[in-house]
Design a binder for this molecule. Structure first.
Ligand SMILES: Cc1cc2nc3c(=O)[nH]c(=O)nc-3n(C[C@H](O)[C@H](O)[C@H](O)COP(=O)(O)O)c2cc1C
Length: 407
């Protein structure tokens, strides 16, 4: 299978060499395509030596008229010959040009001629990453169905600390490999209404304080983006998060478990698939004081009451809707997930081992166990949440087919 590897002009361009090698190790044939800026960072010879391919660097050949003609058609040929297009590092500039359909060099022209799955692994300075222009462009690309492999956090070449570092080449190569058998631009959720809950809840303790948890909302938001890209109408009921809202989604913002319950019960009638990825508080303070509680030297005890079990209530009322619950556990994941599947009348539980580093809460990656109503238990190895989201939706559709076949 052929992969076009687009390389943008950033400090991380040298890591694309590692990625090329990781892709070749996974059995791909790799065609490197470099922007002019990328050539300033790494010489094309590096990629030619690694891949055994002529590296494509420009749209217009400087040679004879015949050569010019053949290179003019080359972007179409390369677009047709390759099955997956991965761009790493994707610069802020490339992200902008791709989002808006500009085609002023080989890489961006080929992108418009390409119909298969596209992955982008951005890398840039933290301020460039956080800039609303970059985030808006990423939103457009996500809504178009492209897989964005979010950058990691850490110290960057510019000395800043924050998000912007290219994801590990091995992780990017795994994400490419996971697309191997995926048909391009699936619209297999057309006609479906997917209700997704995401993020934490905040339960007030007094006028200014609350208890919450470390859920980032990234998993639920990734499922929302994936479902929209696959043709669904999506209602996203979200607790307070800082991840950008996915394009093309109707988002209902809530804060507390009680607000989350009301929104879910109000809107579940419309849904054909319900995915409860939110980390809803199990306990809250029923009647928090309206004022700020004053600090004293005395010890303070809090009395908390259980919040309503939304998943169980939805499970009782779901009818023939498909219901996916999440189980965040620190131990006995498989048993707990199966127990939850049965007791809450779910069709799938996404089991999440939250004790692992760089997996689960807050992370861009996840490693999950899918426990299905069909009796199957499917481990999904560590991958970007965008990829896990696609896999969850694949399995939801498969469970429905299996359930229909047995009724
Ligand atoms: C030393 C240096 C490092 C750079 N690193 C990055 C980077 O990591 N990410 C990025 O988006 N832009 C980076 N830039 C800016 C890009 O090179 C610039 O926007 C260029 O136009 C990108 O071209 P391209 O998108 O066609 O590859 C850097 C520029 C310089 C001079």
């Amino acid at each position: 299978m052929n992969v076009a590897l687009g390389i943008g002009g950033g400090i991380a361009a040298y890591k694309a060499a590692e990625l090329a090698r990781a892709l070749i190790e996974r059995g791909f044939t790799v065609q490197p395509v470099m922007t002019a800026a990328a050539e300033e960072f790494v010489r094309p010879l590096t990629f030619a030596a690694l891949t055994g391919r002529k590296v494509i660097t420009s749209l217009f050949s400087a040679g004879s008229p015949e050569e010019t003609l053949s290179s003019a058609i080359e972007h179409i040929r390369v677009a047709q010959e390759n099955h997956i297009f991965v761009i790493a590092p994707a610069t802020a500039d490339l992200i902008g040009r791709l989002a808006h359909g500009l085609a002023d060099d080989f890489l961006t022209t080929m992108y418009l001629a390409f119909t298969g799955p596209v992955l982008l692994a951005p890398a840039m300075n933290t301020n460039m990453w956080n800039h609303p222009a970059t985030q808006e462009n990423l939103r457009i690309l996500r809504a178009r169905g492209h897989m964005i492999i979010d950058p990691g956090e850490g110290e960057l070449a510019c000395g800043m600390v924050g998000p912007g570092r290219l994801a590990e080449p091995e992780l990017i190569a795994n994400a490419v490999a996971s697309l191997r058998n995926r048909p391009p631009l699936r619209r297999d959720l057309e006609g479906e209404v997917v209700l997704i809950t995401a993020g934490p809840t905040q339960e007030p303790l007094d006028a200014v304080r609350y208890i919450s948890n470390r859920s980032s909302g990234k998993m639920g938001y990734a499922i929302a983006s994936a479902a929209v890209a696959r043709g669904a109408r999506v209602i996203l009921i979200s607790g307070p998060v800082s991840v950008p809202e996915p394009g093309g989604v109707e988002t209902v913002h809530v804060k507390t478990a009680l607000e989350m319950r009301k929104a879910v019960i109000d809107r579940m009638e419309e849904a054909t698939i319900i995915v409860k990825a939110a980390a809803v508080a199990d306990y809250h303070r029923s009647d928090p004081p309206k004022q700020k509680v004053k600090k004293t030297a005395a010890r303070l005890s809090l009395e908390l009451d259980p919040t309503p079990d939304i998943l169980a209530e939805v499970g009782r009322k779901k009818g023939d809707r498909l219901l996916v619950g999440f189980a965040a556990e620190t131990e006995n994941l498989a048993e707990e997930a199966r127990r939850k599947l049965d007791s809450k009348h779910c069709d799938m539980i996404v089991g999440n081992l939250v004790s692992q580093e760089d997996s689960g809460f807050e992370s861009d990656n996840n490693e999950v166990l899918l426990v299905l109503r069909t009796g199957e238990t499917i481990p999904v190895s560590r991958a970007p949440k965008t990829e896990i989201a696609q896999r969850i939706l694949d399995e939801v559709l498969r469970v429905r087919l299996a359930l229909h076949a047995t009724t």
